[in-house]
Design a protein around this ligand. Sequence first.
Ligand SMILES: Cc1cc2nc3c(=O)[nH]c(=O)nc-3n(C[C@H](O)[C@H](O)[C@H](O)COP(=O)(O)OP(=O)(O)OC[C@H]3O[C@@H](n4cnc5c(N)ncnc54)[C@H](O)[C@@H]3O)c2cc1C
Length: 405
Amino acid sequence: MGGEPGLPAGVAGAGIIGLAVARLLARSGVPVLVFEKESAVAAHQTGHNSGVAHAGIYYQPGSAKAVLCRRGVGLLRAYCAERGLPWDERGKLVVARNDAEVARLREIERRAVANGVPGLRWLDPGGIAALEPEVTGLAALWSPTTAITDFPAIARSFAADVTAAGGRVLTGTPVTGVRRRSDGGVDVITPGERHRLSHLVICAGLHGDLVARLAGDGPSPEIVPFRGEYLRLRPHARGRVRHLIYPVPDPAYPFLGIHVTPRIDGDVDLGPNAVLALARQGYRRRDVSAGHLARLAGSPAFRRLARRNWRAGLAEMRGSAFRRAFLAQARGYLPWLEPSDVEPAPAGVRAQAVDPDGSLVDDFRVHRIGAVTAVRNAPSPAATASMAIAEHIVSGLPPFLGSGR
Ligand SMILES: Cc1cc2nc3c(=O)[nH]c(=O)nc-3n(C[C@H](O)[C@H](O)[C@H](O)COP(=O)(O)OP(=O)(O)OC[C@H]3O[C@@H](n4cnc5c(N)ncnc54)[C@H](O)[C@@H]3O)c2cc1C
């Protein structure tokens, strides 16, 4: 199984997950080639996110998200301490604004306790005011260990570890074909080259389903990209909030709602919302890919998703109402917020997997097809969980790949 020992293993995608996997393989003595289509690592989700190292609050106890986020945040914290990378335990408030949200927040507290999140405290309005005088709410859950960090810097450090251990990170090298060999190994085709590998791990984010299909995996789940747009507090308003402030999420969606996100560089962002992107790398509203739209139109899974979420989707798509809708949500807990307090900030695009019945895949999902391992769903908190996801993937590989030699 898994081809000849001694051949390199390959990783498609130099985001934080691909690099965490490559690092673990390279450090256990496996020769590794990482293929990245862009000219630099961390060019997509890893470089366009909220920068939050999640403590593991929301996730269904026992789910891959819950288990790997808790393990991953500890590993990442230790890694950042060892390498002198930014890690600021700023702390986070999840704020309930009415009785229905208080009831939902109690359920979130129960999950967080079951997941082993440390230091949690339930706050009444006085407790909220003591921590954040300019935030209003009926109740809040306080998580003191939720941190902010710099995921692109972590990814670059992982890439340096791969190289230091003898592996290679080939930027500007898209995977255009994958052939599983009869001897159990796999060939990866890049422009002008064919690479003979023992195994391939696909961590291609927004293109994860397409690359998995090149390797013979099935079409489901498909990736439907959702843009996450941010607004940035202008300098005069920045000092009015100190911690991460989140609403109570809508249980119908896997997204966390518009939140206040202090950045490691001192900026403070509001966001992200969740808007259907009209291209896989559709960072701007005007980014539209005819091929992507045609694929969506022909996808039964997407049509079922759209039918279920038509009203919410349309409301978010209307460009002129964007800032008003955004501010209205944030005013639920920042009542003083005015349009003059914010300016646009760069967006990210989420690789959200959708099952054939049109439901958004909530948990992480990894497929094995012979010598190919394909990450099919790795949304937030996968950056936080990346080192634990890598352990999980590498422990499932053939022994000569996953263990030291
Ligand atoms: C708006 C937003 C906010 C988020 N906030 C957080 C947060 O606060 N905390 C958190 O933990 N997570 C957060 N996430 C999720 C997190 O960013 C992702 O889970 C994580 O970055 C996924 O990493 P990845 O390596 O799978 O994907 P990516 O970083 O997208 O990397 C995939 C790579 O594969 C490459 N690739 C694609 N196709 C090919 C090909 N054919 N050949 C070669 N290379 C290819 C791409 O160019 C890309 O570099 C957020 C995500 C978004 C979008």
